[in-house]
Write a protein of this length. Structure first.
Length: 746
C-alpha cells in the first residue's frame, strides 16, 4: 500500500478527509472484491513518540468499525503484480473530532486493504484537525545543505559530474535550493568552478605557442550551478561550511596549518568574488560525537556557530515542550569564548531527509505535518522557532521536498522564518528558558555548559541520549602531511606562473581530500594524495633546465649561458640560481628571467675564475622568493684563467718581433725601394683649375734636377740654413743652353 495523497493539509469543521492509496497485489493469486477501509482515533496526539510507534505498525487495523469505504467502483479482480488506486472519503462529522479549540492537533488515521471481506494489509498515517479559533503557531525554517558529495567530482569524474548537474543529484539540489523558503548551508567550492582542460585537448599535446585560453576553461556544469546560486541568493540566510567540506579539526590536530589556511583563503576569495556575506562560519557536529570537546574544537578552528542535534543539548529529548533550536555554548577551555549553537530538531530533520525518489513521500509529508502540529499544540506561552536541517548526504527529490515545503506554507500552525533570526537570538541572548513565560521572548535552550552537551542518536523512531560518545575518527596525519607537501609545491608553481589556472584541478583534488566526509575512510584521502602528487610532478616537469655537455672558462670572468624551457600554457618568471661545489670560481648574482608559454629563454650567470681546475656547477630554478621549482641540474666546468694571460703575452711578443723585423729590413734596403720623388714647384694654374698637384713646366725639369743634386751635396757638407727652411725658387743658377746633360733623369 502506497499513500498517494491525503487532503486537506488542515481539516476543519465542514471539511472532508480524502485519501488515495495505490494497492499492489504482491501475492500469486488474484484479489477479488477489493475495498479500502478508513478508521481513526479521535483523541489527539500529545506525545511525539506515539507518532513514531503508530506509523511503524504495518498490519491491518480492525479496531472498531470502518468509518468509510472505497468510493467509486473498485476492480472486480486484481491480478498478481497489478496495481490500482483506491479512494476513500470521510466528512469531519463522520470522523467525530471535538470542535473545542483546545483539542486541535494531530489525529491518527488508518487505511486497510480488504479483499473478499478479509483484511490484508494496513497503512498508518495522520490528519491534522484544526477547528475554528485555534491560534497556536510555531515558527519554522529549513536549513538546506548546499554542497556536492565530492567537491572534486568535476576534476576526477567530469562526465558523471555533468550528468549529475543535468538530471541527477546536483540538478535536484539546484531546483530545491532555488526555492525562496529555504536557507543555505553552503559550501563555497560549489560557487567556485574549477578551470579544466577542454574536452578535445584533454590528454593531447598542446600546440606550440598556445596559451591558457584555448586549452583551459571553467567547467561548464559547475559554472551553471554557481551562476544559478549566485542569482538565487536574494534575502535568504547563507551559512558557510569550510571550503570543499575541509575537516578543519583534523587539519589543526595534525599540524597541517598550510592546508587549513589554504581552505580559509579559498573560501574568502569565493565570498568576495561573489559578493556574498555568510551570516556565520558553521561546523556540524553529529549527534553521536557531540560533547563539550567537539564544541571546544569548533571554537579553536574559528567557527562562529555549530549545528548540533537538539537531542544532544536537552537532558530529556522527549520532554513535554520542545524549545527553539538555538542556544549559546560558553567555553571552558578558552576564557570568555562563546559559540552560537543551532539545534535542529533531529526527528524532523531525519524525516525530511527521507524525501527521496525511493520513499513514500506522501507518508513522510503527513508525518512532518503531524510532528509540527504536535509541537505547536504543546503547552507553551513563549514563542518557539524550530529548525529543520536534512542530512548533507540525502539525495532529496525536489518534487517531494517541494510538496512538503508547500504544505508547510499552507499549514495554519506554521509561520515561515529565517535561520538568521535564531542567530540573532543567540547574539542578543534575548530568550527565556521558561515555556510558561509570557514576555514575547522565545523559549530557547539558553546558555549551555560543558555538562549540558552529550551524545544522542535515533532509537525506535525518536532520539535519545547515548551512554557514551563515539570517538571521532580524524583524518590520517601522514596523509595530510603528504597533501601539504604537494600543496607547497603547487604554491611555488603558482608564484612563478603568470596565470595559475592550470593548477586548479590539482588544488581542488587536494582540498577535497581533506573533507570531513572521509572520516573513517582513510583510503580515499591517501589515493587522492598520490594522484595530486602525480599532477604536481607533471606540471613541474614542464619546466626544465637544458643541461650543456660542459663549459670551459679561459678568462678571469665569463657569462655562463643557461637554457630554460617552459611547457606550460602560461609565461613563468623564475630565478636562476647557480652554485659551485668547489671554491675555484665565484658565481655572480642569480638571474631573474621570464620564459614565454611553450617557449625557451637563455639566461646568463657571471662566473669569476679564482684558480685552475674542474668544478661542478649546479643550476636550480626557484621563484623570486627562493622556493624551489626544479630539481638541481649539474654541469662540469673547466677553469683555466692563466690561458688568457699567456696568450696575451705571446701575442705581444709576436707583435714586437714583427716591428723589429720591419725596421731592420727598412734600414737594410734603404730608399732604393721607394718611388723617386718629383722635385720642383707646383703649377699654380693647374692647382687652381683642377685641384691637382703637377710640376711647373715653365722651367726645364733638368734645372730642377740639378738643383736637387746641388742641394743634396750641400746637405752632405752641412746646411747653411736652419733646418726646415725651404729653398728659394728664384735662386736659379745660370743656365748654358749648349750644355748637354749626361743622362735624362726621366
Amino acid at each position: 500500500m502506497d499513500l498517494v495523497s491525503l487532503t486537506p493539509t488542515s481539516l476543519a469543521p465542514g471539511g472532508t478527509l480524502r485519501a488515495e492509496v495505490e494497492v499492489t497485489n504482491a501475492s500469486s493469486a488474484p484479489l477479488t472484491d477489493l475495498d479500502l477501509e478508513l478508521r481513526t482515533r479521535t483523541s489527539r496526539v500529545t506525545d511525539r513518540e506515539a507518532l513514531a510507534s503508530w506509523q511503524a505498525e504495518a498490519g491491518p487495523d480492525v479496531e472498531g468499525p470502518a468509518l468509510a469505504t472505497a468510493s467509486g467502483t473498485p476492480p472486480a479482480s486484481l491480478a498478481p503484480g497489478e496495481s490500482t488506486t483506491l479512494v476513500v472519503e470521510a466528512t469531519a462529522e463522520e470522523l467525530g473530532y471535538s470542535e473545542e479549540t483546545y483539542y486541535w492537533g494531530t489525529r491518527r488515521v488508518s487505511l486497510t486493504a480488504v479483499a473478499d471481506d478479509e483484511p490484508l494489509a494496513g497503512l498508518r498515517t495522520f490528519a491534522v484537525w484544526r477547528p475554528d479559533g485555534a491560534e497556536e503557531t510555531i515558527t519554522q525554517s529549513t536549513l538546506l545543505p548546499v554542497s556536492e558529495a565530492d567537491a572534486a567530482s568535476a576534476v576526477l569524474a567530469p562526465e558523471e559530474h555533468a550528468a549529475s548537474a543535468e538530471q541527477g543529484r546536483l540538478a535536484s539540489l539546484r531546483a530545491l535550493a532555488a526555492r525562496e523558503d529555504v536557507d543555505w548551508w553552503l559550501d563555497p567550492a560549489l560557487m567556485d568552478p574549477p578551470t579544466l582542460p577542454e574536452p578535445e585537448a584533454a590528454g593531447g599535446e598542446e600546440a606550440e605557442g598556445s596559451s591558457a585560453a584555448p586549452s583551459l576553461r571553467p567547467d561548464p556544469a559547475s559554472t551553471a550551478i554557481a551562476d544559478e546560486l549566485d542569482t538565487a541568493v536574494g534575502e535568504r540566510t547563507v551559512l558557510a561550511t569550510p571550503y570543499a567540506g575541509a575537516d578543519l579539526v583534523s587539519l589543526r590536530e595534525s599540524g597541517a596549518m598550510l592546508l587549513e589556511g589554504a581552505a580559509r583563503d579559498a573560501a574568502d576569495e569565493v565570498w568576495e568574488a561573489r559578493g556574498i556575506s555568510p551570516r556565520a562560519q558553521v561546523l556540524g557536529v553529529p549527534g553521536a560525537e557531540a560533547d563539550a570537546e567537539a564544541l571546544e574544537d569548533a571554537i579553536e578552528v574559528g567557527a562562529t556557530a555549530a549545528v548540533v542535534p537538539s537531542s544532544s543539548l536537552r537532558p530529556d529529548p522527549s520532554s513535554a515542550v520542545t524549545p527553539s533550536s538555538v542556544g549559546v555554548y560558553e567555553s571552558s577551555r578558552t576564557e570568555g569564548a562563546q559559540l552560537s549553537v543551532l539545534a535542529p530538531d533531529p526527528v524532523l530533520s531525519e524525516e525530511f531527509s527521507q524525501l527521496t525518489g525511493d520513499s513514500d513521500a506522501e507518508q513522510t509529508r503527513q508525518r512532518l505535518l503531524a510532528e509540527t502540529a504536535t509541537i505547536a499544540s504543546e503547552y507553551s506561552r513563549a514563542p518557539r522557532h524550530l529548525l529543520i536541517s536534512p542530512s548533507a548526504g540525502a539525495d532529496l527529490d525536489p518534487a517531494a521536498a517541494g510538496a512538503v515545503l508547500d504544505a508547510f506554507a499552507e499549514a495554519p500552525w506554521i509561520e515561515s522564518g529565517r535561520t538568521s533570526t535564531l542567530l540573532d537570538t543567540a547574539d542578543q541572548q534575548a530568550w527565556t528558558t521558561d515555556p510558561g513565560a509570557d514576555g514575547g521572548e522565545p523559549y530557547a535552550l539558553g546558555r549551555l555548559q560543558a555538562e549540558d552537551v552529550h551524545p544522542s542518536g535515533p532509537s525506535d523512531g525518536s532520539w535519545r541520549v547515548l551512554e557514551a560518545t563515539t570517538e571521532a575518527q580524524l583524518l590520517d596525519p601522514a596523509v595530510l602531511e603528504d597533501l601539504e607537501g604537494t600543496w607547497r609545491r603547487l604554491d611555488a608553481l603558482g608564484e612563478a606562473m603568470e596565470d595559475d589556472a592550470p593548477l586548479d584541478a590539482a588544488r581542488r583534488e587536494i582540498l577535497s581530500a581533506t573533507s570531513l566526509a572521509w572520516r573513517g575512510d582513510p583510503g580515499t584521502p591517501a589515493s587522492r594524495a598520490q594522484d595530486a602528487a602525480e599532477r604536481a610532478d607533471a606540471l613541474q616537469d614542464r619546466i626544465q633546465v637544458v643541461p650543456a655537455s660542459g663549459y670551459n672558462v679561459v678568462s678571469d670572468t665569463a657569462a655562463v649561458p643557461i637554457t630554460i624551457t617552459n611547457g606550460l600554457d602560461t609565461p613563468i618568471t623564475v630565478k636562476v640560481t647557480v652554485t659551485s661545489d668547489r671554491p675555484l670560481v665565484q658565481v655572480g648574482e642569480p638571474a631573474v628571467v621570464t620564459v614565454p608559454a611553450h617557449g625557451q629563454t637563455n639566461a646568463s650567470v657571471d662566473v669569476e675564475a679564482v684558480a685552475n681546475g674542474s668544478v661542478t656547477l649546479t643550476t636550480t630554478l626557484t621563484t623570486e622568493d627562493d622556493r624551489q621549482l626544479t630539481d638541481p641540474v649539474d654541469v662540469p666546468l673547466t677553469v683555466n684563467p692563466s690561458w688568457e694571460n699567456w696568450t696575451t703575452l705571446l701575442l705581444v711578443i709576436a707583435m714586437g718581433l714583427l716591428v723589429v723585423v720591419g725596421v731592420a729590413r727598412a734600414r737594410r734596403t734603404g730608399s732604393s725601394t721607394r718611388a723617386p720623388a718629383i722635385r720642383g714647384p707646383e703649377d699654380p694654374e693647374e692647382l687652381a683649375r683642377t685641384g691637382r698637384t703637377t710640376l711647373d713646366t715653365s722651367v726645364p725639369e733638368r734645372t730642377w734636377t740639378e738643383r736637387g743634386r746641388h742641394r743634396d751635396g750641400d746637405a752632405a757638407d752641412g746646411p747653411d740654413e736652419r733646418p726646415g727652411t725651404a729653398p728659394d725658387p728664384n735662386d736659379i743658377p745660370d743656365h748654358d743652353p749648349d750644355d748637354t746633360p749626361e743622362e735624362d733623369p726621366r
